[in-house]
Design a protein around this ligand. Structure first.
Ligand SMILES: [Zn+2]
Length: 323
């Protein structure tokens, strides 16, 4: 039996060393919907959709997602296009934790895909994400070329899913990873596909579509971003970010506690990612760019959203509107 099949087996067998991981996971992995504080939809609630290529991409905007879901009482859903099974080189550290041969199993891709779906569901529970839609596309591994995923994925199906979610979900905000030329090609592909779907909506129905990039406080300001070459739909309203959120902003539950804690919780759920945890843990500022595809209606929604989010702030010095 393959390692992945053993991992899936529902019943406990004391002689199966792999069984511990799924037993523990089942106990700690309730449906994320049960953790959504919101009982019913309300027209005044912020509704946001994250569209990401990989389980762990949600960590880039973790502080703002937490603020929307938990502190502004909003609704956040997410689309995860792949199960993130492509990269295993830094998973060695997690082998002891999961008690699984993540880097050497013959079916390690299947195994990693299952584990990474679990990891993003646990992160979603922390963030207060309501619905997660997994599109099950192949994670073909690292590339800097957006065209690679256009070849590997069922693009038509992704487009259909995004169209219907955007049409029926009536989101105020769509959050993407900023599709720079230096980021993973899958992030670029997902941004281009999502922004095409946003641009197809009736102008008055368009959400504010934003790209996020996090940087370390000590680092220089992020480079400007105007558009990804070859994908004009990714054009931003300005090369500079329209908003910055400092993760050291105090949480509403206690002035001594800040959003960095929540970000650390989220990052820590992605134990199979390894290197990512060192890198992401250093970042303190979430920078947001507004895409032109949002149109006037989306831009107006963004102004209202910023107002709603800043009203929640305990430290106006920490939330900078740089528009
Ligand atoms: Zn990613």
């Amino acid at each position: 039996m393959s390692t992945a099949a053993r991992f899936q087996r529902p019943r406990h067998r004391s002689d199966d060393r792999f069984q511990w991981s799924i037993t523990a996971s089942a106990a700690m992995w309730p449906d994320a919907a049960a953790f959504t504080a919101v009982a019913a939809e309300d027209d005044r609630q912020i509704k946001a959709l994250l569209v990401n290529a990989h389980p762990d991409d949600e960590s880039e905007s973790a502080a703002v997602v937490y603020r929307i879901a938990h502190e502004c009482g909003g609704i956040v859903d997410q689309v995860v296009v792949t199960n993130g099974e492509g990269g295993h080189q830094y998973a060695a550290l997690a082998e002891a934790y999961y008690r699984l041969p993540l880097t050497t199993a013959a079916d390690r891709r299947e195994l990693l895909g299952q584990i990474r779906r679990e990891e993003v569901m646990r992160a979603s529970r922390i963030l207060g994400i309501r619905n997660s839609y997994f599109l099950g596309q192949l994670d073909t591994g690292m590339t800097l070329n957006a065209a690679d995923a256009f070849d590997a994925w069922d693009i038509r199906r992704i487009q259909q899913e995004l169209r219907s979610l955007l049409q029926f979900g009536k989101y105020d905000l769509v959050l993407l990873l900023l599709p720079t030329a230096h980021t993973h090609g899958h992030h670029q592909t997902v941004a281009a596909l999502t922004l095409e779907a946003v641009a197809e909506l009736e102008p008055e129905d368009r959400p504010a579509a934003l790209g996020v990039r996090t940087v370390a406080f000590a680092a220089e300001e992020p480079r400007g971003f105007s558009e990804l070459d070859g994908y004009p739909v990714t054009r931003t309203t300005s090369p500079e970010p329209v908003w910055v959120f400092d993760r050291r902003t105090p949480l509403s539950c206690h002035p001594s506690l800040d959003y960095g804690i929540v970000v650390n919780w989220v990052i820590a759920e992605h134990k199979s990612q390894g290197f990512f945890q060192m890198e992401l843990g250093r970042r303190t500022h979430e920078h947001f760019w507004l895409f032109e595809a949002s149109g006037e209606a989306g831009a107006a929604r963004w102004r209202e959203l910023v107002q709603a989010m800043e009203q929640q702030s305990h430290s106006r010095h920490s939330v900078q509107n740089v528009a």
